[in-house]
Design a protein around this ligand. Structure first.
Ligand SMILES: *Cc1c(COP(=O)(O)O)cnc(C)c1O
Length: 218
């Protein structure tokens, strides 16, 4: 079964990197997967999942949370400011804090509700124009602004360019996290999670290697 195989590969990658078994959190990315594939993974005891779309997560996860205690849900897709309130109520972590307007919105939600999900700042390590994320050169002032608003991001997240070797992007993200005293690194997907673990990932986001290929609605 794919979950067992990916978990075994993760344990091997942790060992190869001299890291403790279980020190890397495996986020099973269940976006657009048929319900039966997700419940199969829940039934095997896995509890940490990632979703990209607030609407989709809101439709699926409240019922599964009630049925499977201990679910931890991570928002890994771009977050529209007008969906932020729904997102903070639904998710345990948000990996895609990427702009001042969203930081402002999250800070005001923190004021009104007293807490927030764990936050990661997404960094556009490849400096791709079409991709979300703070540019590396803007990270220091962005973190300063976030902290000034009372937000306390605990980590960084990146999605390397599709056509590039991932390792230098993971290394860059790790260096930036260390520079800013951030403990968590969300990096690595189905095709490159072992390299991410070698570079210090604390959270890997694996979808198709666990659930099979995604088929998007037409
Ligand atoms: C979909 C997605 C993943 C999972 O991708 P796979 O290649 O299926 O493992 C990971 N991270 C983000 C941000 C995603 O959107």
């Amino acid at each position: 079964m794919a979950l067992a195989e990916i978990t075994a590969r993760l344990r091997a990658a942790e060992a190869a990197a001299g890291r403790a078994p279980g020190s890397v959190t495996l986020i099973a990315v269940s976006k657009v997967q048929p319900a039966g594939r997700v419940t199969a993974v829940l039934d095997q005891g896995h509890r940490v999942f990632g979703e990209n779309y607030v609407q989709e997560a809101a439709a699926k996860w409240p019922a599964w949370r009630a049925q499977y205690p201990g679910v931890q849900l991570h928002m890994i897709g771009p977050l529209q400011t007008n969906k932020a309130k729904q997102a903070v109520d639904l998710f345990d972590a948000i990996h895609t804090l990427d702009r001042p307007s969203l930081a402002q919105k999250l800070a005001s939600l923190q004021q009104s509700r007293g807490s927030l999900p764990q936050l990661f700042v997404q960094v556009n390590t490849g400096e791709e124009p079409q991709k979300a994320g703070v540019l590396p050169a803007d990270l220091a002032p962005f973190l300063r602004d976030c902290r000034g608003m009372g937000l306390a991001p605990t980590g960084l997240m990146c999605i390397p360019p599709e056509d590039a070797e991932s390792t230098p992007h993971f290394a860059l993200l790790a260096r930036m996290a260390a520079d800013h005293g951030l403990a968590n690194l969300s990096m690595g997907m189905s095709h490159d999670f072992e390299s991410a673990v070698a570079q210090g990932a604390t959270h890997i986001r694996v979808g198709s290697a666990i659930f099979g290929q995604r088929t998007y609605p037409q």
